[in-house]
Design a protein around this ligand. Structure first.
Ligand code: SAM
Length: 374
């Protein structure tokens, strides 16, 4: 698929990267993963039944080999070992900040959408000790790592988690199969988050909740400030946009969830602030999460002609000063919780697998009912 041109909010000329590194599929191991359970009995009380897997059954035996919708753009961070480590550092460092308030009842059926290498899955199972987690991702290699990660870090919970190789736009589960949905750092990589949220809402039961957590690179404030370092962060934002994503998505969660037909949308900012008095955060977040993420797109930024090696290296060196003694770093995540409406709106009454186009949801005039603690 042709990659969209980069548009620069400052008005600088657009770059066409359709022949650049963004056009390739970075998942090297697209083998399907199969995991299945029996169809859920909607009448029984929620909870495991002895001898029976209590997970929603997939509507088909296995996903397509790469599990992705046609034309799905590449994932900007890629699927390297370094990125897997970065996701782990991020999840572990931020677990208390991001997972606080997320605890699902025993027996409830939770779908983690875009589980990646299982970095958040470990914290989900620990925060909800009796919940039944189904985790999906379009990357088979990430799913394989996720299984291993869970087995290593939460061996007590492996029986409570099922893994599925699938694209979130075409989930292999019947309508209303889950009580809760959880998405962390996924929407920011998708070209049409409203379409994605509408698609995942199909598998959520009426009254069930969705929790979505996203970052927003516009929230970055650091000391010592440096325009060169800020430009380097801007290159990452532009590259993510070129790959079909939006690194500034956190601020949009409320309207996006409303447009996708969710109600009672409540969004709370979750701020990370790191200085020398919090060495764990400096190491785990400033260095190993944020700076590592920016560092990882160096080759792409150079290949796209966004910067020169000298400017890039200078910007990175300046950014690293925020993680040195005397430096400070601030970032805000946004965590949203919303509810699936009791009845599916009339404009979506027909075939379940085909999500309503975003325009239809927006045109229906649905608006969130009120705030909710996230
Ligand atoms: C930044 S990673 C986040 C992983 C995990 N949620 C975490 O916080 O560590 C985004 C994940 O979303 C997955 N993803 C992106 N688009 C997807 C799609 N259309 N269907 C399923 N998974 C998708 C990617 O494969 C990747 O593993």
């Amino acid at each position: 698929m042709a990659t969209p041109a980069i548009t620069d909010p400052s008005g600088a000329p657009s770059l066409d990267l359709s022949t650049g590194p963004f056009s390739r599929d970075r998942d090297p191991m697209n083998t399907p993963i199969r995991a299945a359970g029996p169809a859920p009995d909607r009448a029984r009380p929620q909870g495991p039944v002895p001898g029976q897997l209590p997970f929603p059954a997939p509507a088909c035996a296995a996903a397509a080999p790469d599990g992705s919708a046609p034309g799905t753009p590449a994932y900007v961070h890629g699927y390297s070992d370094g990125e897997a480590r970065r996701l782990g550092d991020q999840a572990d460092t931020l677990s208390r900040l991001l997972h606080a308030g997320t605890a699902y009842p025993a027996g409830s059926r939770v779908l983690e959408v875009g589980c990646g290498v299982g970095a958040q899955t470990v914290h989900l199972v620990n925060g909800s000790p009796g919940a039944l987690i189904t985790a999906v991702d379009r990357s088979a290699s990430s799913l394989a790592q996720a299984r291993a990660h869970l087995a290593a870090h939460a061996p007590h919970a492996t029986e409570r988690v099922r893994w599925h190789h699938a694209d979130l736009h075409d989930l292999p589960f019947p309508d209303g199969s889950f009580d809760h949905l959880f998405l962390c750092f996924v929407l920011e990589h998708l070209p049409d988050p409203v379409r994605a949220l509408t698609a995942v809402r199909r598998v959520l039961r009426p009254g069930g909740t969705v929790t979505a957590i996203e970052g927003d690179h516009g929230s970055v404030v650091f000391h010592p400030d440096s325009p060169t370092a800020r430009r380097v962060i801007g290159h990452q934002v532009r590259l993510q946009a070129a790959a079909g994503g939006n690194a500034l998505l956190g601020r949009q969660l409320q309207p996006l969830l409303g447009a996708a037909g969710f109600t009672e949308v409540g969004v709370r900012p979750r701020t990370v602030y790191a200085d020398a008095s919090r060495p764990g955060l400096v190491r785990g977040f400033t260095r190993r999460t944020f700076i590592a993420m920016v560092e990882s797109v160096r080759d792409e930024a150079l290949a796209a002609g966004l910067t020169s090696p000298a400017d890039w290296d200078r910007g990175l060196a300046d950014l690293r000063r925020a993680a040195e003694p005397g430096g400070t770093f601030h970032y805000t995540f946004f965590k949203a919780v919303a509810v699936a409406p009791a009845a599916r709106p009339a404009d979506e009454a027909a075939p379940v697998a085909a999500p309503a186009p975003p325009a239809a949801a927006a045109a229906s005039g649905r608006r969130p009912a009120g705030p909710r603690t996230a």
